[in-house]
Every structure is written in C-alpha cells, then in structure tokens.
Write a protein that binds this ligand. Structure first.
Ligand code: ADP
Ligand code: MG
Length: 140
C-alpha cells in the first residue's frame, strides 16, 4: 500500500454543530494526517461546480443549497491507502446504513446532510484538491 492524499469536506450540518474537532479526531485516530485545512463559505455556484458530476441527479439543487448554507472545512488528508481508509471511517452515504464508529453513524442526520465528503478515487482526489488548494498550502 502506498501513501496517498485524499480530499475531505466537513459539511455545513457538522460545522453548524461545532463538530470539526470531533470529526478530525476520528480521522486522526484512523491514521490520517491533516496536511491542509481551511474554513470557507462556498457560494451556490462554487458548490454546483464541485458537484457537477451529480448535475442530473434529483437532489442536485438541494445538495448545492445545503453545501452553501454555512461554512465548511476543506481538507487534504494523507496516509496509507488514504482514499479507501477515509471512505471507511466516513461510513455509508446514508447514515442509517453506516457502520458503528463511523463519522456518519456518529454525527449525520440524513442522507443529504451527512456531515462529510470524501473523494472516491485517487484520480478524483487530485482534481478535488486542486479545486480548493494551491500547492504551497499543502504541508505534509
Ligand atoms: P458520497 O458522498 O457518499 O460519495 P454520493 O457521491 O453518491 O455520496 O453523493 C454526494 C452527496 O449527495 C452525498 O454525500 C449527499 O450529501 C448527497 N446525496 C446523495 N444521495 C442523496 C439523496 N438520495 N438525497 C439527498 N441528498 C443525497
Ligand atoms: Mg461521492
């Protein structure tokens, strides 16, 4: 297994409840290092561009409204097999199906407001990291 980087977002439902530190603890306990992190407030257009792959899905408008509702924390996480490890500790998209101890099981309220985003492949991670971070902001 190789050291990878992945892209993470702590979503509005979580920042509104002041859960950034608790969620970061789950990531760090899983062996992921936070090598870049900043708090931003996305516009609906920025959220729309980020989630462009879901444009035709029925929940696209709801999702982009939600993601621009409050600040988010965008992050780059680094570690062994980071993409898969991060997805594992996030838990299933629908918190009702998420495994015990995962972020979504612990904190998420619904399939839409599910507290965290994580890249689904190393290729998408590189694209998503470049959307939010300049190289000098990532310090491994
Ligand atoms: P994941 O975030 O687990 O990779 P997807 O890529 O399938 O899940 O979906 C992106 C995001 O869109 C989800 O995290 C969730 O916020 C939202 N979403 C997915 N499915 C639904 C749904 N059926 N209704 C409302 N929002 C949804
Ligand atoms: Mg996804």
């Amino acid at each position: 297994m190789a050291i990878q980087r992945t892209f993470s977002i702590i979503k509005p439902d979580a920042t509104e409840r002041n859960l950034t530190g608790k969620i970061n603890a789950v990531f760090e306990d899983a062996g992921l290092r936070i090598v870049a992190q900043k708090r931003i407030h996305m516009t609906k257009d920025q959220a729309g561009k980020f989630y462009e792959v879901h444009k035709e899905r029925p929940f696209y408008d709801e999702l982009t409204t939600f993601m621009s509702r409050s600040p988010v924390v965008v992050q780059v996480l680094e570690g062994e097999d980071a993409v898969a490890k991060h997805r594992e500790v996030m838990g299933a998209t629908n918190p009702a199906e998420a495994a015990e101890g995962t972020v979504r099981k612990l904190f998420a309220g619904s399939i839409g407001e599910n507290s965290v985003h994580g890249s689904d492949s190393e290729e998408n991670a590189a694209i998503e990291i470049a959307y939010f971070f300049a190289g000098y902001e990532i310090v491994g």
